[in-house]
Design a protein around this ligand. Structure first.
Ligand SMILES: Cc1cc2nc3c(=O)[nH]c(=O)nc-3n(C[C@H](O)[C@H](O)[C@H](O)COP(=O)(O)OP(=O)(O)OC[C@H]3O[C@@H](n4cnc5c(N)ncnc54)[C@H](O)[C@@H]3O)c2cc1C
Length: 463
């Protein structure tokens, strides 16, 4: 990038950010903090200024916070033109224009795409539309669900026991509701943390009174004559009566609006280089389109340069900041996005945290504490290296393991650790489900090349 172009861009260029949420906001703040003085347009299809999602399945459902009071703190004035309640519907990367749902177009010199993911809806549209069937991704979803739970719902059925589904189950049990959870895998959180930890999460749910059904799928949602959901049918032929269904089947990346744009965008997200620049569908990096947050997937040197798709709050912040920096700096000052994947959850009174990429692992060792006490640190290994760690009520160890992952420390862990029980002395299979089977569980996915993404015909050169 020529230095005079960068100077001009910083002074009077036009930057558009599509997706006015966590990654988009943090990017906008960084642009201004690093001296971008040109025009900035924030495009968001939700009618709200950026708000925080993690509280929606925690404090908000528990009644400790109102869904209307989860606005993200704005760290500085971003002096932007806000286009809220308007979706981007198309992108022309040659003319550098974003098309909007109201017919307008926004021209840009640099574009950041931060459109995140949406909740995967129940696949049968008529059943999904029954009164009392919810997903939980947005503030509006939370308002609807809280209102229904507060209006005397006694029985809640949660489809899917990933992090979000388990948090919903936990909150509803705290409210004293009868909760049934159905999960295709052998336990909760199995897609994200594997079967060993899933077994601990299963005990936790059972002890807290959840009617947990594993190795089953939901086959149908049944409504009454008034169109209100009344029962859930399962693959083991059982039928569970309920007042509310929360569908928690993972997410879909918001890339549909990019169809035909020529970007390397699809169901797995938008592929970028390590500096957040989007690839076109031929695998050639663009210079003026960047992506960050849940919608992006980018290569990570610590994990074999595989593309990682992350649905982590901290990643959205870090990637938004890095993308913004790289958008307005000379090429030699660009930074790679090398954030260590990190995730937290709280459910049934337990604080769960992880770093690294657990689903990459094939083995796990419990290095502190004990599974039965539900206070432990577990370390995941792959090909002789530590690739991830998880803690239950033991977060103080996580930073240490993060450094171990960064240094490529050997696995199994040979050194003695405090407080290790006999069960932790040997590595055991981490027991992740077959990655080719559908699972909504992981919040971090290795999303490398998929033959399904193939859009070009390969023609070998003839000499
Ligand atoms: C209930 C819940 C609980 C969570 N809990 C945790 C947790 O405990 N820990 C953790 O690490 N992470 C958690 N997360 C994940 C975390 O919230 C996300 O990683 C984070 O919100 C990602 O930010 P983002 O800006 O990339 O995407 P999003 O927050 O998804 O924002 C994308 C925005 O773009 C908008 N958009 C989409 N398409 C268009 C379009 N075409 N035009 C205009 N706008 C568009 C969307 O409507 C949305 O407003 C949770 C998420 C949810 C939903």
């Amino acid at each position: 990038m020529a230095a005079d172009y960068v100077d001009w861009l910083r002074r009077e260029g036009r930057i558009a950010i599509v997706g006015a949420s966590l990654a988009g906001l943090r990017a906008a703040e960084t642009l201004r903090a690093e001296g971008f003085a040109g025009s900035l347009t924030m495009i968001g299809d939700e009618p709200y200024e950026p708000y925080d999602r993690p509280p929606l399945s925690k404090a908000v459902l528990l009644g400790k916070a109102s869904p209307d009071h989860t606005d993200l703190p704005q760290r500085r004035d971003i002096d932007a033109k806000w286009r809220l309640g308007v979706a981007a519907t198309g992108l022309d990367i040659t003319a550098k224009r974003v098309r909007l749902s109201d017919g307008d177009e926004v021209e840009y010199d640099r574009l950041l795409i931060a459109t995140g993911v949406r909740a995967r809806p129940w696949p049968n549209e008529a059943e999904a539309g029954l009164d009392g069937v919810f997903v939980l991704r947005t503030r509006d979803d939370a308002v609807g669900l809280c209102r229904r739970l507060g209006a005397g719902a006694r029985r809640v059925f949660v489809v899917g026991a990933g992090f979000a589904g388990s948090e919903v189950a936990s909150a509803c049990r705290e409210h004293g509701m009868e909760v049934t959870v159905a999960e295709r895998a052998g336990g909760p959180l199995v897609g994200a943390l594997g079967g060993v930890i899933g077994a601990v999460a299963m005990d936790l749910q059972l002890e807290n009174g959840v009617d947990l059904r594993t190795h089953v799928t939901v086959t149908a949602l049944e409504g009454d004559s008034g169109g209100k959901v009344r029962a859930v049918h399962l693959s083991d032929e059982s039928v569970v009566e309920t007042d509310v269904v929360v569908v928690s089947l993972g997410s879909i990346r918001n890339t549909d609006w990019l169809a035909g744009s020529g970007l390397g965008a699809g169901p797995r997200g938008i592929a970028t280089d390590a500096g957040c620049r989007a690839f076109d569908f031929r695998g050639i990096v663009t210079d003026d389109v960047f992506a960050a947050g849940d919608v992006a997937r980018s290569p990570h040197p610590l994990f074999g340069y595989q593309f990682l798709s992350l649905e982590h709050w901290g990643n959205a912040v870090a990637q938004g900041e890095t993308a913004a920096h790289n958008m307005i700096c000379p090429a030699t000052d660009r930074r790679p996005h090398m954030w260590m994947p990190a995730f937290w959850s709280s459910q049934f009174g337990v604080n769960i945290k992880s770093v690294g990429v657990p689903p990459m692992a094939d083995e796990i060792m419990i290095t502190q504490g004990s599974l039965t006490e539900r206070r432990f640190a577990g370390v995941y290994g792959y090909k002789g290296r530590i690739v991830a760690a998880v803690t239950f009520n033991n977060a103080k160890w996580l930073e240490y393991y993060q450094r171990q992952i960064e240094q490529g420390a050997p696995f199994p862990v040979g050194y003695p650790t405090m407080d290790r029980r006999p069960e932790g002395r040997q590595p055991m299979p981490a027991d992740f489900p077959d990655p080719s089977l559908p699972t909504h569980g992981p919040t971090v996915t290795l999303s490398g090349y998929s033959p399904a993404d193939r859009r070009m015909v390969f023609t070998p050169a003839h000499h």
